[in-house]
Design a protein around this ligand. Structure first.
Ligand code: PLP
Ligand code: TYF
Length: 396
């Protein structure tokens, strides 16, 4: 049965994690995977999460099944975070939200639903994008193409190229858009650019699928939702995959959501029934713990305030590390101007390092980065910053 099964390629990022784990050097540094580490190099367990978990354990609750689309109070809290508590979309009950297995699970449920709706549509992702975008939409049966995004010489977005790329797509094409903290480049569209994208989406009848995995890591919870809010104002239908993996530091609990904005409550009811069918035939219903914790935090004023402080601390620490990296690169005489690293948003920096330079960082210094030159700034701390900057200076 399995004699002709070929070895599948490793995920370029998660595969790097395995190699890092096997590395025996004591001073190794993992700048590969997109995980936030605290100043001591640990994945934090947030205080708000700890308190909500403690209360849950003490309550000793029974473990029945959740509804197919998850915890209702969780889904409503997700909607308020994304669209704003006073959004008319929520008052009009035009948004369908289903708890999902992380942002990835949300993308997959959305992709499976879209495949029924628009079976022949291509899916367009940014060039470059999160590696799993292409793999996930291809696995759902779509042809995946790229639209221009990153402009390497300016370290910015090629907005004109992006718009031209979107204009060239056929009607009904699905466009995957990073709502904030673009992975892997760290460069985002401004509000004016988003308006141009929305005009293009409207004119060419494209289907927007927003992916927001880092809300709160850029400029703040509401500021990072600007794209979601502008799409909400546009009156267009759209999809949003959101994740609490990073913002609650709950990676392994798989907490995310799929939200779909429809034209009316009647549409929403029908779309919700189809989404539930996709989930039912896939994993039946989602797990409880992570979403119950997030729901408890978001729906409790004090815990919510604690979480916002902690999210702000993570955001500020990343900014500090960006500044520190730029300063130390200069101090170690790295060739070129790395000032752009400070302007980038979220966990990542597209450093401009070549595959050969990344390889040298790994073999000579035990510093792991993605082959594209992406580094996770959130893995830097005062204990490894100098070593990383010195190594980059040496290979640059
Ligand atoms: N989308 C993007 C752009 C991401 O960077 C990530 C990172 O993990 C995800 C989705 C998936 O998030 P999750 O771990 O919640 O599945
Ligand atoms: O880009 C990253 O590093 C994160 C984590 O298949 C991740 O988004 C990476 C690869 C993957 C799933 C999650």
């Amino acid at each position: 049965l399995f004699s002709s099964v070929e070895l599948a390629p490793r995920d370029p990022i998660l595969g790097l994690n395995e190699a890092f784990g096997a590395d025996t050097r004591a001073d190794k540094v993992n700048l590969g995977v997109g995980v936030y580490y605290d100043a001591n190099g640990h994945v934090p367990l947030l205080r708000a999460v700890r308190e909500a978990e403690k209360a849950r354990v003490e309550a000793m609750l029974p473990r029945g099944y959740l509804p197919i689309d998850g915890i209702a109070l969780y889904d409503q809290a997700v909607q308020r975070l994304l669209f704003g508590a006073s959004s008319p979309l929520l008052a009009d009950r035009r948004v369908v939200t289903a708890q999902a297995l992380g942002g990835t699970g949300a993308l997959k449920v959305g992709a499976d639903f879209l495949r029924h709706l628009n079976p022949n549509a291509p899916v367009a992702i940014s060039d470059p994008s999160w590696e799993n975008h292409r793999a996930l939409f291809e696995a759902a049966g779509f042809k995946v193409v790229n639209y221009p995004y990153y402009n390497a010489p300016t370290h910015g977005v090629d907005v004109d190229g992006m718009i031209a790329g979107l204009e060239a797509l056929p009607k009904g094409a699905v466009v995957v858009l990073h709502a904030c903290c673009h992975n892997p480049t760290g460069v985002d569209l401004g509000a004016g650019d988003w308006k141009r994208v929305i005009d293009t989406v409207r004119k060419h009848a494209l289907v927007p699928f927003l992916d927001i995995a880092y809300q709160g890591f850029g400029d703040g919870i509401d500021a990072d939702a600007v794209a979601v809010r502008l799409f909400a104002d546009s009156g267009l239908p759209f999809f949003v995959a959101s994740s609490f993996s990073k913002s609650f530091s709950l990676y392994g609990e798989r907490v995310g959501a799929l939200s779909i904005v429809t034209a009316s409550h009647d549409e929403a009811v029908r779309v919700q029934s189809q989404i539930k069918r996709v989930i039912r035939t896939n994993y039946s219903n989602p797990p409880t713990h992570g979403a119950a914790v997030v729901s408890a935090v978001l729906n409790h004023a004090e815990l919510r305030a604690t979480w916002e402080v902690e999210l702000g601390e993570m955001r500020d620490r990343i900014r500090e590390m960006r500044r520190g990296l730029v300063q130390r690169l200069a101090a170690h005489g790295a060739k070129g101007d790395y000032g752009f690293i400070e302007a980038q948003r979220g966990m990542f920096s597209y450093s401009g390092l070549s595959a050969a330079q990344v390889e040298r960082l790994r073999t000579e210094f035990g510093i792991y980065a993605v082959g594209t030159g992406r580094i996770c700034v959130a893995a830097l701390n005062d204990g490894n910053l100098d070593r990383v900057a010195e190594a980059i200076a040496q290979v640059s």
